[in-house]
Design a binder for this molecule. Structure first.
Ligand SMILES: [Zn+2]
Length: 455
């Protein structure tokens, strides 16, 4: 099994991540977080929020509705251009993203360019392709009481039905931009300031793949950092540096797995003057982990045009008025979780034994549980009682503490290693004599004896 398969298997076996709608055979491009996955995800999103918002004076949070006025997506350009190149195999009718089944072509590949490559259909191996079509990735829905017959009814009814079309947001960013004016009017923060948001975004990916890397429903953590355009270069550098500090120091990714890819002008969104894709060395190859884009005043200017409202900011010192520019660090939670899991996942030989153990070497701040407490034997009431005391003490202090009295001690260690619990605490017969407990370290497997109060 590949490393990716092993991670997927561990995630399911230990209750981190299940296939979406598993009981009905799954639902492509969706994944559900189980009890341990929720804890990991919450630790991660809390850590991000604490680092980028709570600890800073220049960042504020918003939490916008997922359903937004459809004019949002007209103004942002999503209804016109948020599309992937879709190509259909005429032989087997399989549908693919053209730029994902051929090497070295971009999203703007033309039918002629694609046909010239003689790409084989990944399903049937033929090379008989239809034209490249632009496939809009936004999920459409209807708002209010729209009945199926409205679409076939009178012109008026059809118009009504069209007007009620809304989209599940394809990015959280627009929920920030549309609140920019409200925040300026209410808080009037000093420039530069950032607005941060965490939440769901939806993309109708043509071919979801690689576990949680490319899914149809994902969680994003985005910041729109509003600046005076004259400062864009230095502000960009600062955000890039802080991003690396967060990825490497706060959540433990290895610098050697990260690469800053300077996106070439031809590949950047037309309004962006600089974009860096932070790439990560995933088990199945290098992929984009996150992006930092200088979006200029593109979004606020679009909103000005579409809404007719001024997006200008009056500088408190110079009194000068202008539309701020924006730098956007944007990251997908699931992509980040996969990067964390593939960094933490280790199979290593057990010292002195002819076996290997699987360990998730998660940073303590992300591990679902900080401690596991157990009695050496579960049929000795005096051990169980003492262990319960220790458990209550640690639970009070650290909250994220689990109890395990199943199987033998070796099995418990293996399970706790696999879910990334940094410390296992065992109450044995010596504990009844001298009050100390065995504390076993996840990464080194070294054991020491301590008084529970010393933990
Ligand atoms: Zn085919």
């Amino acid at each position: 099994m590949s490393k990716m398969d092993n991670i997927v298997s561990l995630c399911k076996r230990r209750g981190f991540i299940f296939p979406g709608s598993d009981v009905y055979g799954g639902f492509a491009g969706t994944w559900d977080f189980g009890p341990l996955g929720v804890m990991l995800k919450k630790n991660l999103t809390d850590l991000w929020w604490n680092f980028w918002v709570e600890k800073r004076d220049d960042m504020f949070g918003v939490d916008a509705a997922i359903l937004m006025n459809p004019r949002t997506w007209v103004a942002s350009g999503h209804t016109a251009t948020f599309a992937d190149p879709l190509v259909e195999c005429k032989a087997c009718h399989g549908r693919f993203r053209a730029d994902k089944i051929a090497d070295g072509i971009s999203e703007s590949v033309t039918t002629e360019e694609f046909k010239a490559l003689n790409v084989k259909c990944p399903t049937c191996g033929k090379t008989d392709w239809g034209p490249i079509r632009k496939f809009n990735m936004m999920f459409e829905t209807h708002v209010g009481a729209v009945l199926p017959e409205d679409a076939n009814g009178t012109k008026e009814e059809q118009e009504l039905s069209k007007r009620s079309v809304a989209y599940l947001r394809p990015e959280t960013a627009q929920g920030i931009f549309t609140n920019y004016k409200n925040v300026v009017d209410t808080l009037y923060p000093d420039l530069p300031f950032g607005l941060a948001q965490q939440g769901k975004a939806f993309r109708n990916e043509i071919s979801p793949r690689d576990f949680i890397l490319r899914d149809r429903e994902c969680s994003q953590m985005e910041i729109e950092y509003f600046i005076n355009p004259k400062d864009w270069e230095s502000e960009f550098e600062k955000l890039l540096k802080e991003t690396h500090y967060f990825l490497e120091e706060k959540i433990g990714l290895n610098a050697s797995d990260l690469e800053d890819l300077e996106v070439a002008p031809a590949d950047r969104a037309h309004y962006s003057k600089r974009t860096i894709d932070v790439m990560f060395n995933y088990p199945n190859g290098e992929e984009e982990l996150m992006g930092i884009a200088y979006r200029t005043d593109f979004d606020l200017k679009n909103i000005e045009r579409e809404s007719g409202k001024s997006m200008e900011y009056r500088d408190k010192v110079t009194n000068e008025s202008f539309v701020p520019h924006v730098i956007e660090p944007s990251i997908g939670v699931e992509r980040l979780i996969l990067a964390i899991l593939s960094t933490a996942y280790v199979e290593e030989p057990v010292e002195g034994k002819d076996e290997t153990r699987t360990v998730l070497k998660l940073p303590e701040s992300l591990a679902p549980y900080k401690f596991c407490v157990s009695p050496l034997l579960k049929n000795k009431p005096e051990l169980v009682e003492k262990a319960r005391e220790v458990y209550d003490l640690l639970k009070e202090k650290y909250t994220f503490v689990t109890w395990d009295d199943s199987g033998n001690i070796g099995k418990r260690y293996r399970k706790q290693d696999e879910i990334g619990t940094p410390k296992c605490v065992v109450v044995d017969f010596d504990s009844l004599e001298d009050g100390t407990v065995t504390v076993r370290d996840r990464d080194t497997t070294a054991q020491i004896r301590l008084k529970p109060e010393e933990l």
